[in-house]
Ligand binder design. Sequence first.
Ligand SMILES: Nc1ncnc2c1ncn2[C@@H]1O[C@H](COP(=O)(O)OP(=O)(O)OP(=O)(O)O)[C@@H](O)[C@H]1O
Ligand SMILES: [Mg+2]
Length: 297
Amino acid sequence: MTRVVEPRFRPKSRRWPLMYAYLVECGGSSKTTSATSKAVIAAERGYPSTIFDLDSNMSTTKVLGYDETSLKGKKTVLDLIHCTASLDEVALPARYRIADGYGDEAFQTIPNLRVVPSCAAMSSADTAITEDIDRYDWFADVLRSYDGDDDMFFIDFPAGYGRMVYSVIRMLDEDDAVIPSVRADPKDINMIPGLIQELERVREKNRGRRSVPGRPTLKHMLLTGTPTASYKEAAARRATELAEAKYGSVLLPYVRYSADAKKLYEDACPLPVLLPNSVPAVDYRKVMTHLGFTGRT
Ligand SMILES: Nc1ncnc2c1ncn2[C@@H]1O[C@H](COP(=O)(O)OP(=O)(O)OP(=O)(O)O)[C@@H](O)[C@H]1O
Ligand SMILES: [Mg+2]
């Protein structure tokens, strides 16, 4: 029997899941850390989810257990763009490393979470879409043919607004959330107006269209690396004040600074699993509670 999915995860009674899109044209802004941490917490709390890695840097893919070696011979998100595989053929069980090697015993699976892996060739996705106009519809096709019972789709984007990004965000509706995850640094905060402008451009372009929702909306903003008792950088404090003044109405609870945050890449393990008691992991759990992912019993 298929699980009955709560209506909040199927806005407007559509057949595909609610989407959280981590997007902002700012390299190293904490998109991947936030996307992977929140997807893992959702899964741990009993909300089955799929996370899409759309970035050729493969950060999400690696943090969730798959590097180039483990992906040999496997399909990736590029196969979805080229229509050479279905979502169920591409999505892999999320996992993390617990020992050396590549056998099954080297990894622990994360229940309730699948990852759609990226690949280095995703850097050519914009060109692939430009060469064949039908490929613009790749993500629309993934959604329209979706028949599963995930609660959520989490989407990790590269730091830019190219054609591939457009092909995805035009499928977002106002119920879905674009969530810029930015570091408490004035340089990151200053990238937000560009995102707002891009979302407006996408909405404007699709106004009146019936075949795609075309309403990506900045619903929440995540501020990470905020000051703590031991981390008192003046720039972080200034950035936090700036974010509060300009974007207070969409700000989620803060994710505080910790030097531990970078360890997820060294150990190829998502932060809430690797260091569940670190301040960012504690804060990401608060954020998920705030967003209504309180846990199922
Ligand atoms: N709460 C935090 N405290 C301190 N450092 C953090 C925190 N969150 C993330 N970082 C650090 O910020 C850096 C960038 O993070 P991340 O890779 O998640 O960003 P990104 O936006 O996905 O980057 P890219 O554009 O390269 O994909 C990493 O070194 C990460 O460890
Ligand atoms: Mg990233």
